[in-house]
Design a protein around this ligand. Structure first.
Ligand SMILES: [Zn+2]
Ligand SMILES: [Zn+2]
Length: 354
């Protein structure tokens, strides 16, 4: 059975919501044309009433959802249950964050805020979906041409949109000084989006390179952590930059305190891991002696990391460049593992696997 993205119940609810919105909108618009003769006057009449605006905004939300569903079908096809779950979690997080932001900029809240926020959330959803798809690439060994065509087109589209929106927000910031608070927030949000997109693109490329060869790619995790490190750095720099701007002009930006903390912790955690990893894997060849045939005879000659047999190397026998280095290496505690297994273990943990 293919994974269901929307249950019949959810589709039913959406249809119900859609028809209710449509009925309300047509009623309001018809009323406006009854009250006022021409188009312009009717529009003004609509704009005066808060209730009418609410109905129109609601209809806009419904159209956005429909458009989003359409884009999802074009670029992603059916979503997996895990993707839907992530989507709900992250949307909730994004909405609470914006509510916090509104406490700072409540005097600047208007229609353009809703439009900008809608655009932001809409784009975020597709960034999350891309990140999830790239993450799941490793688990799905056979990827169709359609998958790659979709990924390349959606990543390219998002890349252009992100750059455009960052430029737009910064331009408005410079030209139109009176709505600075909100534009600072959106400029930072769009910059962060661009940073996450770069990481998704880089990981997609790494996964593609990895999938092209049948051999496991030993250096991959190193590149992935480099990408994560750069992404965290970009995010942290952006957050700190906008954090200090808002702090200067508006007071403590509650909405990004959490982000600054989380990103900062993750960034320094990655640096610490990288340093540990460098320390643990540096000079591995000289630090850990090759296991001799006697060492192996004392154990059952099985590497417990990969469960494969280990064969001792003779004098002057080296692994040719490019091949997987499976020389058995002995730790100080006496346990023996393949060189490559030990290294990938040390990338994650700096103690004996046993
Ligand atoms: Zn092994
Ligand atoms: Zn040990």
């Amino acid at each position: 059975m293919p994974p269901a993205t929307t249950s019949p119940l959810a589709q039913h609810r959406l249809a119900l919501y859609g028809s209710a919105s449509l009925v309300a909108t047509s009623a309001v618009v018809m009323r406006a044309f009854k009250e006022r003769a021409n188009f312009y006057a009717a529009t003004v009449w609509l704009g005066r009433s808060n209730g009418c605006i609410l109905v129109l905004v609601n209809f806009g939300i419904f159209c956005t959802i429909l458009f989003g569903k359409f884009c999802q079908a074009v670029f992603f096809g059916q979503l997996r249950p895990i993707e839907v779950e992530h989507l709900y979690e992250r949307s909730w997080y994004a909405v609470t964050e914006t509510l916090l932001a509104m406490t700072i900029f409540r005097d600047q809240f208007d229609a353009s805020f809703i439009i900008l926020f809608g655009t932001l959330l809409f784009l975020k959803v597709f960034h999350w979906l891309c990140a999830d798809r790239v993450e799941l690439m490793e688990q799905s060994p056979s990827l169709s041409r359609l998958f790659h065509a979709r990924m390349v087109s959606v990543l390219w589209t998002l890349f252009c949109l992100d750059l455009f929106l960052v430029a737009f927000a910064i331009e408005v910031l410079i030209l139109e000084q009176q709505r600075m608070g909100i534009m600072i927030m959106f400029a930072s949000e769009f910059t962060i989006l661009t940073a996450t997109l770069w990481s998704t693109i880089a990981k997609y490329v790494l996964n593609c390179v990895d999938l092209r060869s049948d051999e496991p790619w030993e250096g991959k995790s190193m590149y992935v952590s480099a990408v994560d490190l750069v992404t965290d750095f970009l995010k942290l720099a952006t957050y700190l930059c906008f954090f200090s701007l808002i702090l200067t002009y508006y007071g403590l930006p509650l909405n990004i305190v959490r982000d600054v903390y989380v990103t900062g912790r993750s960034f320094f955690g990655r640096i610490r891991d990288l340093l540990r990893y460098r320390a643990a894997t540096r000079n591995m060849d000289t630090r850990f002696p090759n296991a001799t045939a006697e060492d192996l005879a004392r154990t059952d000659a099985t590497c417990i990391i990969c469960r494969d047999e280990m064969v001792a190397r003779g004098e002057g026998e080296f692994t040719p460049p490019g091949a997987v280095n499976d020389t058995p290496k002995k730790l100080a505690c006496g346990h023996v593992f393949h060189f490559n297994c030990l290294r990938s273990w040390l990338e994650r943990q700096q103690s004996c696997p046993t």
